[in-house]
Design a protein around this ligand. Structure first.
Ligand code: F6P
Length: 538
């Protein structure tokens, strides 16, 4: 018997239901039911999720919850929280929830409570950040630190960069944060040009401490510092490391006393709550960082304990499965109407696509249904003047999340209401569209009618929160992390490995010596030809 979820009765029922609902317009669902908003919105953990503008009914939810039951989602949630090795291909637990476990209840991995180590590293991070922020930590020439430069990539960059950007209103006045990720020397070079070596602290962030981009950038930054300050001993005052790999950190030349540890049960894209969050902590301070952790912990408790039908990540996850696998929507847009979240789409690209961009189940069986959508997006109002044309009148079904703050970080008169009016207007217009009749009444020379009609029926979630505080941001990120988990379970996918990133790395390792030594290779006609062309032009 085939073990794919698509061969279950629950899946078949949803398929049948989708054939019917595909013919129904959202505006008719609203016309039929004036309680839709009340029925299809949930408020929890300081967030309101309005999912009423989705192409679903109460029946849809029942069927999706049947699917969740069929996949034993509730059990899987318990297994995640109990520290079981849910990452089966790497035989690891996935315990980002332990990093923000403010209740401190014991969480066991291989029979050992991880909380004492989690708390010890957090305390060490707190002491270090306090000494940098207070000015007690001095650079090699005796000056306090002014610039924090995080060197890392993927999970060791995107999360901390996004959160640091989002919480700008909470930054220490003396400190400036920079994030270097790209191996293109332009990224590091342009940043170094702005920095004073005497007042710069580099954080080398890498779970493995073997990532090519990070190690090369770290080596170049180290050389730059030594050249500028004229002494290798300066490194001890200007470099710290965040890693699981003590030996590699030592070999690189960073004193293990200046290393902040984390563990193999923290996945890269789930690591911003660990020592990988050090740049965040340095910029916003311990009280705010603890608020950030507490926000995520609140959402964790919600995910673990609230019935699936009212559970925010479960609802968002199931709705996502509904669109990807049954409506065959290929993308999902992230549209923050909160400029501070400008890096959220890039962060979610890794979180979602590195977790779910897979086509075999955890048992290695090839799936026969679409899984992860392509994640993309940009801050709200800017997008309206760029790609929303396609959302309104293109040929694709594009589910979208609108993230909306009631209060902004600034009190410039008139701005926040302008933001809110646009956010509400867009979800309304995307959903309702404009019929030919209404278009005719409204305006339009008749010959332009078809150009001015909007078919509508574009589904959106709206997530509303009071203000983007550290606490709220913690809940938002945890919400998306758990949404990914829910979808992984529904699709039978392990969301915690990333074998798909390996092949490119291996090939690059064979091309680098060929480039360094001007050699030819035997890859394929195109690659070999491109290499020869580059050699010739050098
Ligand atoms: O190549 C992908 C990846 O392995 C990500 O999963 C990870 O977040 C990133 O590289 C960086 O890895 P590291 O922290 O080990 O340098």
């Amino acid at each position: 018997m085939n073990s794919l979820i698509s061969h279950s009765v629950a899946w078949a029922d949803i398929k049948t239901h989708q054939h019917y609902l595909a013919q129904v317009h959202l505006r008719d669902l609203f016309a039929l039911d004036n309680q839709r908003f009340e029925k299809f919105s949930v408020e929890a953990c300081g967030l309101l999720l309005d999912y009423s503008k989705n192409r679903l009914t109460s029946d849809t939810l029942v069927l999706l919850l049947n699917l969740a039951a069929e996949t034993n989602l509730q059990d899987w949630i318990s297994r995640l929280f109990q520290g079981e090795k849910v990452n089966n291909t790497e035989q690891r637990a996935a315990l980002h929830i332990a990093l923000r476990n403010r209740s401190n209840r014991p969480i066991l991995v291989d029979g050992k409570d991880v909380m004492p180590n989690v708390n010890a590293v957090l305390a060490k991070m707190g002491q270090f950040s306090e000494s940098v922020r207070s000015g007690a930590w001095r650079g090699y020439t005796g000056k306090p630190i002014e610039s924090i430069v995080n060197i890392g990539i993927g999970g060791s960059d995107l999360g901390p960069a996004m959160v640091t950007r989002a919480l700008k209103a909470y930054h220490h006045a003396r400190l400036q944060g920079y994030f270097i990720s790209n191996v293109d020397g332009t990224h590091l070079g342009e940043t170094l040009a702005k920095l004073n070596p005497e007042t710069t602290l580099f954080i080398i962030a890498s779970k493995t401490f073997t990532t090519q981009e990070t190690i090369l950038n770290a080596q170049s930054a180290r050389q730059w510092l030594i050249d500028k300050l004229g002494d290798e001993k300066a490194v001890a005052k200007h470099f710290v490391a965040v890693s699981t790999a003590r030996q590699q950190v030592t070999e690189f030349g960073i004193d293990p006393a200046n290393m902040f540890e984390f563990w193999d049960w923290v996945g890269g894209r789930y690591s911003l709550w660990s020592a990988i969050g050090l740049p965040i902590l340095l910029m916003i301070g311990m009280d705010n960082f603890e608020q950030f952790l507490a926000g995520a912990h609140e959402l964790d408790k919600h995910f673990e304990t609230v019935p699936l039908a009212e559970n925010l990540p479960v609802l968002m996850g199931l709705i996502g499965v509904w669109y990807s696998s049954f409506f065959k929507a290929t993308t999902h847009a992230i549209l923050p109407y909160d400029y501070s979240l400008e890096l959220l789409p890039a962060y979610l690209q890794q979180l979602v696509m590195e977790s779910l961009g897979k086509s075999v189940t955890r048992e290695g069986e090839r799936v026969d249904y679409p899984t992860c959508p392509i994640i993309w997006g940009a801050p709200g109002n800017n997008g309206q003047h760029a790609f929303y044309q396609l959302l309104h009148q293109g040929t694709h079904l594009i589910p979208a999340d609108f993230l909306v703050a009631i209060e902004s970080q600034h009190d410039l008169p008139g701005h926040q209401n302008a933001v809110l009016s646009n956010a509400l207007a867009q979800t309304h217009a995307l959903m309702m569209g404009r019929t030919p009749e209404k278009t005719r009444d409204a305006l339009a020379p008749m010959e332009q009618l078809s150009h001015r009609v909007f078919s509508g029926n574009q589904p959106t979630n709206t997530l509303v929160y009071q203000k983007l505080t550290p606490h709220v941001l913690g809940t938002l990120i945890a919400l998306y992390e758990h949404k990914v988990f829910v979808q992984g379970i529904c699709w039978g996918i392990n969301p915690f490995d990333q074998w798909g990133v390996e092949l490119g790395k291996q090939v690059a390792n064979t091309l680098l010596p060929a480039l360094n030594n001007k050699q030819e290779t035997k890859h394929d006609g195109s690659t070999d030809g491109l290499l020869r062309y580059i050699h010739r032009r050098r």
